[in-house]
Design a protein around this ligand. Structure first.
Ligand code: NDP
Length: 282
């Protein structure tokens, strides 16, 4: 089975659009997401364009703030502070990565936790690990939504997450744990990656190495979620999983593009609505 992230994301966005129309009518204003981009990195610009398109589709308000590559950290923090104070703004997203002269962690921590639609603020990270209601990072939430939509049973099954980044690997492992999976986190120092991966009923790969996971590393029938997005020499976008060889033996698999990517953006919309609802109810 191919898990069609694009179709699932579209369906969820349609539901959210209706929800936003109803909420806006009830509360007299739309959810508002401000997106800040620094510099002109083509990949970042393309992600931001997709995010803005999705906010328009869902009926949000919002502003795109484009800052030059040379903007100072101080100025960026000032702009974030202004948005924190602005009662009309529900969510603030700063597109990463940032130029080297800016301390990314300082920027993440400058965003008010209640407007942190990416779920990267230490307060929200701590809440996630303490089982408290919080804003969950978008890509991990997208992975979980794909597993749910594909009907993959989770309880008691062995999930292997390859990659331990703060934005994907670690939070996805926590969410799988919450669903009662037995979770292994593999990384670049894992002694026998192929053997570890072969134990997985559910294999989530977030490494950033094109087509690294090959058929010999996958248990027949496993559900494979490929988070990777890599542009290779011939210009194609490919995942971290070698789709051609793995698809025939996997029970279910996400394609790249059209798998996790569209879900990430959809979950950003969901997080913005959550921030809006929490702020309205305050
Ligand atoms: P990071 O570079 O932050 O982390 C990569 C992880 O992979 C690290 O934990 C690293 O291990 C591990 N790793 C690297 N090489 C190997 C190896 N040879 N064997 C086993 N593990 C390895 O990446 P991200 O988590 O930010 O992103 C991962 C991928 O997901 C990228 O392709 C990125 O573009 C994509 N992505 C896609 C998104 C989407 O919306 N679909 C959103 C976010 C990311 P160690 O810690 O030991 O160094």
């Amino acid at each position: 089975m191919i898990i069609d992230g694009k179709q699932i994301a579209q369906h969820l966005k349609e539901e959210m659009r209706e929800q936003v129309a109803a909420l806006s009518a009830q509360y007299g204003r739309k959810p508002c997401l401000d997106v800040i981009i620094v510099g002109e990195n083509p990949a970042s610009m393309s992600y931001v364009r997709s995010k803005i398109k999705a906010t328009e589709y869902c009926g949000f308000d919002g502003e795109l703030i484009q800052l030059p590559e040379t903007v100072s950290q101080e100025e960026l923090l000032r702009i974030i502070g202004e948005r924190n104070e602005n009662d009309h703004v529900d969510g603030i997203l700063v597109q990463l990565p940032l130029p080297k002269h800016i301390d990314e962690q300082a920027v993440i921590e400058a965003i008010s936790p209640e407007k942190d639609v990416d779920g990267f603020h230490p307060t929200n990270v701590a809440k996630l690990w303490l089982d408290q209601k919080t804003i969950v990072p978008c890509t991990p939430m997208g992975v979980m939504a794909l597993l749910e939509q594909s009907g993959t049973p989770l309880q008691g099954r062995h999930a292997v997450v390859v990659g331990r980044s703060n934005i994907v690997g670690k939070p996805v492992a926590k969410l799988l744990l919450d669903k009662n999976c037995t979770v292994t986190i593999a990384h670049s120092r894992t002694a026998d990656l192929a053997a570890t991966c072969r134990e997985a009923d559910i294999l989530v790969v977030a490494v950033g190495r094109p087509q690294m996971i090959t058929a010999d590393m996958v248990k027949p029938g496993a559900t494979v979620i490929d988070v990777g997005i890599n542009r290779i020499a011939d210009g194609r976008l490919v995942g971290d999983v070698d789709y051609e060889s793995v698809a025939p033996i996997a029970g279910a698999i996400t394609p790249v593009p059209g798998g996790v990517g569209p879900m990430t953006i959809t979950m950003l919309m969901r997080n913005t609505i959550e921030c809006y609802k929490q702020r309205i109810n305050k």
